[in-house]
Design a protein around this ligand. Structure first.
Ligand code: Z15
Length: 828
């Protein structure tokens, strides 16, 4: 018998040559996928490639985990109900520096890398800005060598696939897992138990103290699925751990024993429903029971995982603040606060005060909104039914909080009522933002103006009571995905003129481009890249949607969730107005800058006005695009199913970025940053991060318009009357009248009546008040665009000054201002 020596070291790094890759790839195709090359489908080829690439990252991942448990450095856990990752393949190739080898190796086999790239279905485990921000942040944390872990939910169905039927949105399920999911590592053996419902009872402890005990009614299992989060060019691979719900064995058995097979299967379905589908509401919580189940499910799994698995066995939890900071991405994971109290008080038998003193050192809360309707309030009835022990804990936290509050502000009962974690009206409810603010080390907004408004308005009382707790961290975007990968043309030019790729991890390097704005040859090349990106988009939309566009026109782009406060209707009214002016003879088409007005937007399925607006955009597009009177001048393009993948082609092709929310409503925006980085100029209000963009590029490189936030507050205070704008502005009136006339709905005046009458009689977001200012700003856009040299100069300045918006910078700010953690030395 031959002797085998155990080697516990991970297998050596794969051979980083074209031949080495081809060998690995064919092995994966034959033995992993079980097909030979001649019979492999594109999906087979893609899956085998994904698995081959992840092999190359594996040693780094294992090494990162080993060093992490060795170092025991302070880590960050980013808790988020959404991670909108986008496609993984290209990012993994970039991180592992394998793109060229793979491209060449595949070409030798007669396979196009690009075809395989397109075979990947993106994991759409988020709605919009909030989920994409989480994805950018974990990319930056990995790239910056910060020990960190992302925790979230592995939804079986991500954000719905949007289709249009007669111009109306119809949602289709996003079955992103059906063709295989090569990027995840399930660990069913590491499943954790999560309980719900039941009752709470008092009992006598061994030492005679009375304690509380939760007797849950039912439970489910959370199965962790690990995803690699590779840093760019630093050999680090962090982990994103997403939880999937399974029925517990005990649960099954009990019912099986009772003989009701059908009921047992139904119970399983019930348990597994928890991670079945992403709620498709962005900024408009619906207060659904299943949603609260999702929130507690992933938070309970994550805390248990961290305490029992990530921390060493003998860890003294009084030292928790030295080892971890939990960042709460909006209020969705805020139930983690009472959950950690429950673990420490009920399970570890700590005193309340000891537990509270640790809990208040390990959480921070990021608020992402200013809309009152977006702040989550869970009904006490529901929360008490689902999580009775947590409700008690929240009540006790509140009691203690109110004692301190009343001591600080005696005789100010109104203030106590405003600030209480428990709301009394319209029903008794738990204000999750208040709970988060009371427990958090820091509370941050996501752009300078937003943080200011949080302090001055939304959470004003708290900012007074807890001076020093409030801070700002302006959002950012990852330059890896949103420039290096999505815009190879501009990336190549930047690398060439800067002499290295250092900018990919130090985006402030782009500043060195600025003098080149004065260089005619550089401008010519910059323009040629934009033109090529426009042709690339035109080609994609022709194939993807059968949309025919002229790449010689100005590309004016508004892509984001459909929400009234974002004001897609403002841009649409501008299109309608131009159309009306041309067709009525008021405007000579020869004087109109040829433009493509592009929209991309999903509406929450239950948001009726948003769906109406989608119908109207498509209806206007159908009419305008078919009318020879405006041919070559006005084109509307509304590709369905805007997502990360489409953004990656759309944004680099844009000339004009539309960021036109009502001032004081958009917390930050992150699309605005992506457009800037890719050389689009912005037409925008003084809102969110637009404020910081404009400060950086200057008024001469930004098309500002509209009421400011204080002016909005003033108008609203005095009583806003949209009809007065309709009556006094003929162009606005003609545009609205045209919609109302049925011109875009085959003469049927009833179809878009709700949109028109809402604008005329309610107009919560002051579209009519800002219409003329917007139209004037668009006239300035036209004038500027007529001078390509000046336009290009501005575009280059936008790119050169976009460094601030790297999510690497955001992470540095969180490390310094919130987490008090630091990157680890990669060589240590
Ligand atoms: C969401 O995508 C955002 C805020 C929310 O409250 C919810 Cl529930 C979802 C967005 C903001 O609207 C946007 O302004 C911001 O840039 C983004 O979060 C990331 O902070």
């Amino acid at each position: 018998m031959s002797e085998v020596t155990a080697n516990t070291e991970p297998v050596a790094t794969r051979e980083r040559t074209v031949e080495g890759f081809v060998r690995e790839y064919l092995r994966e195709l034959n033995f992993g996928q079980g097909v030979d090359l001649s019979r492999a489908s594109v999906n087979d080829q893609y899956l085998a490639l994904a698995r081959t690439v992840r092999h190359y990252l594996m040693v780094r991942w294992l090494e990162t985990l080993r060093r992490q448990s060795e170092l025991q450095a302070k880590s960050v856990a980013y808790l988020s109900a959404e991670f909108l990752l986008g496609r993984q393949l290209d990012n993994a190739l970039l991180a592992a520096d394998l793109t060229d080898i793979v491209e060449e190796g595949l070409a030798g086999l007669g396979i196009s890398l690009d075809t395989l790239r397109q075979a990947e279905v993106e994991p759409g485990l988020g709605n919009g800005g909030l989920g994409r921000l989480a994805a950018c942040f974990i990319d930056s944390l990995a790239t910056m060598n910060v020990p960190s872990i992302g925790y979230g939910i592995r939804y079986e169905y991500g954000i719905f696939r949007q289709t249009f039927v007669d111009g109306w949105q119809v949602e289709k399920p996003d079955s992103w897992l059906t063709l295989g999911s090569p990027w995840e590592f399930p660990h069913p053996e590491m499943a954790v138990n999560v309980s719900f419902g039941g009752t709470v009872e008092d009992y006598e402890d061994d030492d005679g103290t009375t304690r509380k005990r939760w007797l849950p009614g039912w439970s489910v299992l959370g199965v962790p699925y690990n995803y690699m989060v590779p840093g760019y060019g630093n050999g680090r691979v962090n982990t994103l751990r997403l939880w999937s719900a399974r029925a517990t064995r005990a649960f099954d058995l009990e019912i099986f024993n009772s003989g009701d097979y059908a009921q047992a299967v139904r119970a399983q379905t019930f348990a597994e429903n928890i991670s079945k589908v992403l709620y498709p509401e962005d900024s408009t919580p619906q207060g659904k029971e299943l949603r609260l189940q999702q929130q507690y499910f992933f938070v309970a799994c994550s805390l248990k995982d961290f305490v029992d698995q990530v921390l060493p066995k003998d860890f003294d939890l009084t030292n928790l603040p030295d080892r971890i900071h939990f960042q709460l991405n909006d209020t969705h994971p805020v139930i983690a606060i009472p959950e950690l109290m429950r673990i420490l008080v009920d399970e570890k038998k700590w005193s309340w005060d000891d537990a509270w003193s640790v809990v208040r050192q390990v959480f921070s809360y990021t608020c992402h909104t200013l809309l009152p309707e977006a702040l989550e309030v869970w009904s006490v009835e529901l929360l008490g039914r689902l999580l009775p022990r947590h409700l008690e804990i929240i009540y006790r936290i509140n009691e203690q909080f109110l004692v301190g509050l009343r001591a600080a502000y005696p005789d100010d009962e109104l203030r106590a009522r405003r600030m209480s974690i428990i709301a009394e009206f319209p029903e008794r409810g738990i204000r999750m933002a208040h709970l988060a603010t009371v427990a958090a080390v820091k509370v941050n907004g996501v752009a300078a103006l937003h943080s200011q408004l949080l302090r001055d308005k939304v959470l004003h009382d708290f900012a007074e009571y807890y001076p020093g707790k409030f801070t700002n961290v302006t959002n950012g975007i990852t330059p890896r995905r949103f420039l290096r990968l999505s815009n190879p043309g501009l990336s190549g030019l930047v690398t060439e003129v800067l002499g290295s790729e250092k900018w990919v991890t130090d985006l402030d390097e782009l500043r060195a481009l600025e003098p080149l704005a004065e260089d005619a040859e550089f401008r010519r090349r910059f323009r040629e890249i934009k033109a090529a990106n426009k042709r690339r988009l035109v080609h994609l939309l022709a194939e993807r949607d059968g949309i025919v566009l002229d790449p010689e026109t100005m590309f004016d782009v508004m892509v984001k969730r459909l929400h009234e406060y974002k004001r897609q209707t403002l841009k649409l009214l501008h299109v309608v107005s131009l159309y009306e002016q041309i067709t009525s003879g008021a405007l000579d088409p020869a004087d109109v800058t040829p433009r493509t007005f592009a929209f991309g937007a999903k509406a929450a399925p239950g948001y009726r006005m948003a769906k109406q607006i989608i119908g109207l955009i498509n209806a206007v597009g159908r009419t305008v695009n078919a009318d020879p009177a405006v041919e070559g001048r006005l084109t509307v393009a509304f590709p369905a199913n805007y997502n990360v993948t489409l953004a990656e082609t759309l944004i680099p092709a844009a000339d004009l970025s539309e960021q036109i929310s009502l001032a004081g409503k958009e917390a930050s925006g992150t699309g605005n940053m992506k457009f800037m980085l890719n050389g689009a100029l912005t037409i925008g209000t003084d809102d969110g991060a637009n404020v910081e963009i404009r400060e950086l590029v200057g008024d001469e490189n930004f098309f500002l318009f509209g009421l400011t936030e204080p002016e909005v507050a003033d108008v609203v205070e005095r009583g806003y009357h949209p009809t007065s704008y309709y009556e006094t502005n003929p162009q606005l009136r003609h545009a609205l009248d045209l919609v109302a006339s049925g011109a875009f709905s085959d003469g049927d005046r009833s179809v878009f009546e709700p949109v028109v009458s809402n604008l005329l009689h309610e107009d919560r977001f002051l579209v009519l008040a800002d219409f003329q200012a917007y139209a004037d700003a668009q006239a300035r856009v036209d004038a500027a665009y007529a001078d390509p040299e000046a336009w290009t100069r501005s575009a280059i300045i936008n790119v050169a000054r976009a460094g601030f918006f790297s999510s690497d910078r955001s992470m540095r700010d969180y490390l310094d201002r919130v987490w008090h953690a630091a990157p680890v030395d990669p060589s240590a």
